[in-house]
Ligand binder design. Structure first.
Ligand code: K1U
Ligand code: ZN
Length: 172
């Protein structure tokens, strides 16, 4: 397995629309394994393939609580079928917008359908952190970052912070 470099905003590749996966193959699974290792290493609770520069509709996620056994989840070609009207706020972060957090309101429950690691179809309702994270990751597949929901002023503040963090990392 390998740890892949994560694209950082405002990298224009993060604005790309991801393509559906035509066939689930061992190559698809190898990419998802590498994405999962990259996510655990970051660390994060979700990662979309475009964040490692691959414009395919692939997401990995693990929202198990700290100290609990790992519970990796894999989503291929996910689609949202239904959302409830009620919104819930959650303070979100993003590995492509490092060290910046802000509160976003999203539907508190969504019904989704996707192919799993084996390529089998799953259709289920997501709620709580699962609902927050899958909506955030599916936005990545459409070239949308959570900071795109903020005012222009706050988005610019976020990007300034990202540049500052990058400079500090460069300086060591
Ligand atoms: O970049 C990403 O898409 C991953 C992102 C997922 C996410 C977090 C919070 C709300 C919505 C979506 C992250 O994982 S940011 C890092 C993070 O939340 C975290 C890191 C370590 C432990 C616990 C959480
Ligand atoms: Zn993200």
């Amino acid at each position: 397995m390998a740890i892949l470099p994560i694209l950082i905003a405002p990298d224009p590749r993060l604005k790309q629309i991801s393509d559906p996966v035509k066939t689930v193959t061992d190559e698809t699974r190898k990419l998802m394994d590498n994405m999962l290792e990259t996510m655990y290493d970051a660390p994060g609770i979700g990662l979309a393939a475009i964040q490692v520069g691959v414009p395919q509709q692939l997401i990995v996620m693990d929202i198990a609580e700290a100290g609990a056994p790992r519970n990796p989840q894999y989503f291929i070609n996910p689609e949202i079928l239904e959302t409830v009207k009620d919104l819930k706020p959650y303070e979100e972060g993003c590995l492509s917008v490092p060290e910046y957090f802000n509160t976003i309101d999203r539907p508190e429950r969504v019904k989704l359908t996707y192919l799993d690691y084996k390529g089998d179809r799953v259709t289920e309702w997501a709620e709580g952190l699962y609902a927050v994270c899958i909506q955030h990751e599916m936005d990545h597949l459409n070239g949308v970052l959570f900071i795109d929901y903020l005012s222009r002023l706050k988005r610019e503040q976020a990007l300034r912070k990202v540049r500052k963090v990058a400079k500090l990392k460069e300086a060591g």
